[in-house]
Ligand binder design. Structure first.
Ligand code: ADP
Ligand code: MN
Ligand code: MN
Ligand code: MN
Length: 369
């Protein structure tokens, strides 16, 4: 059996005593931000005198950027600018989790602040009322670095029974999945579903529909909650897009997209127009659909295991081997949304949604940000 971390063995009943102590009207606020790797999340907590009623009540804060791959030169103080508030499902009301963007000491967006550019694009396209829904796939790892529940020197039975499975021989780690789902609901993250995936110990949750910048904000917080809940159980959640080589599925972050026009009667023609535009910029999109200029997706988008080839653009009705899929129901109703299947599990949702909005909704003259 895969091993779990030492912290998960601490006495959780004892912990419950302290967590239920009254906190005298004070409020704990945990600031969460994306670090300089573009994948990692960091957090730190402070006490406020009273429960904040909105962003204006949460002060800017700072941190040491030299410890998070974020500082340039010797001036390592960076600012945390709160952008989105959630309830804290660990220490409960009135405590908060607040997602932050990172600013330089000049208060300009840091180089690693990819939200800033996304927000500008979303402002420009807002009359289209763009909705996004992202399907986050991930895999649990034991502390031995193997997928959780896999034999340490062997393999589970081949893929087939695991997708949407039930039963101790198929579904590994459901406790964590259920706790994460509840934590998201409590926090106010727009989680809309979950399922077991094709590879054993691989799972997916979906967030959406979210309008504009909200997509990135909610997916990043959902990821924070995933890592934090997994920590409680002593297991690691990996977003590596191709953890196991061989006949095992990789992990993606399918991105579903619609505009007001696509959702209205006869909207299929707008979906087709968007796909046409996407077809002319395949390479540019691949470059930003993982944090390593397409290198992560090189391992994943092989054309096998329900993926398209990284080299070609394709689109199809109900086709899970295409870059873009139009769901069957959308084809039947001739309105709805389309699915971009290319983003990798470790993609930055700000970058992915900005790229799609730019290509599909901005004219070239407008696309100077
Ligand atoms: P799949 O069949 O690809 O596995 P899922 O059920 O896992 O689909 O995920 C569907 C995703 O599509 C969800 O994230 C949901 O929020 C999103 N979605 C549904 N309707 C729309 C819409 N009109 N516009 C954008 N996203 C949508
Ligand atoms: Mn799905
Ligand atoms: Mn999936
Ligand atoms: Mn999908």
């Amino acid at each position: 059996m895969a091993s779990v971390s030492v912290s998960s063995g601490l006495n959780k009943t004892l912990r419950q005593h302290y967590l239920s102590l009254p906190q005298r009207g004070l409020c704990q606020v945990t600031y969460v931000w994306v670090d300089g790797s573009g994948e990692g999340l960091r957090n730190k907590t402070r006490t406020l005198d009273r429960e904040p009623q909105g962003l204006d009540d949460i002060p800017e804060w700072n941190f040491d950027g030299s410890s998070t791959l974020q500082a340039k030169g010797s001036n390592s103080d960076m600012y945390l600018n709160p952008v989105c508030i959630f309830r804290d499902p660990f220490t409960l009301d009135p405590n908060k989790l607040v997602l932050c963007e990172v600013l330089e000491h000049t208060r300009l967006p840091a180089e690693t602040n990819l939200r800033s550019d996304c927000n500008k694009v979303m402002e420009k396209v807002k009359e289209h009322i763009p909705w996004f829904g992202m399907e986050q796939e991930y895999t649990f790892l034991g502390t031995d670095g193997r997928p959780y529940g896999w034999p340490s020197n062997g393999f589970p039975a081949p893929q087939g029974p695991y997708y949407c499975s039930v039963g101790a021989d198929c579904a590994y780690g459901r406790d964590i999945v259920e706790c994460h789902y509840k934590a998201c609901l409590y926090a106010g993250v727009k989680i809309c579903g979950t399922n077991a995936e094709v590879m054993p110990s691989q799972w997916e949750f979906q967030v959406g529909p979210c309008e504009g910048i909200e997509m990135g904000d909610h997916l990043w917080m959902a990821r924070f909650l995933l890592h934090r809940v997994s920590e409680d159980f002593g297991v690691v959640a990996s977003l590596d897009p191709k953890l196991m080589t061989g006949n095992w599925n990789g992990a993606g972050c399918h991105t579903n997209v619609s505009t007001k026009d696509m959702r209205a009667e006869g909207g299929l023609q707008y979906i087709e127009q968007a796909i046409e535009k996407l077809s002319t910029r395949h390479a540019e999109h691949i470059k930003v659909y993982d944090p390593h200029n397409g290198q992560d997706n090189m391992r994943r988008l092989t054309g096998l295991h329900e993926t398209s080839s990284i080299l070609d653009f394709s689109a199809g009705l109900a086709n899970r081997g295409a870059s873009i899929r139009i769901p069957r129901q959308v084809g039947q109703e001739r309105r709805g949304y389309f699915e971009d299947r290319r983003p990798s599990a470790n993609c930055d949702p700000y970058v992915v949604t900005a790229a799609i909005a730019r290509t599909c909704l901005l004219d070239e003259e407008e696309d100077e940000i």
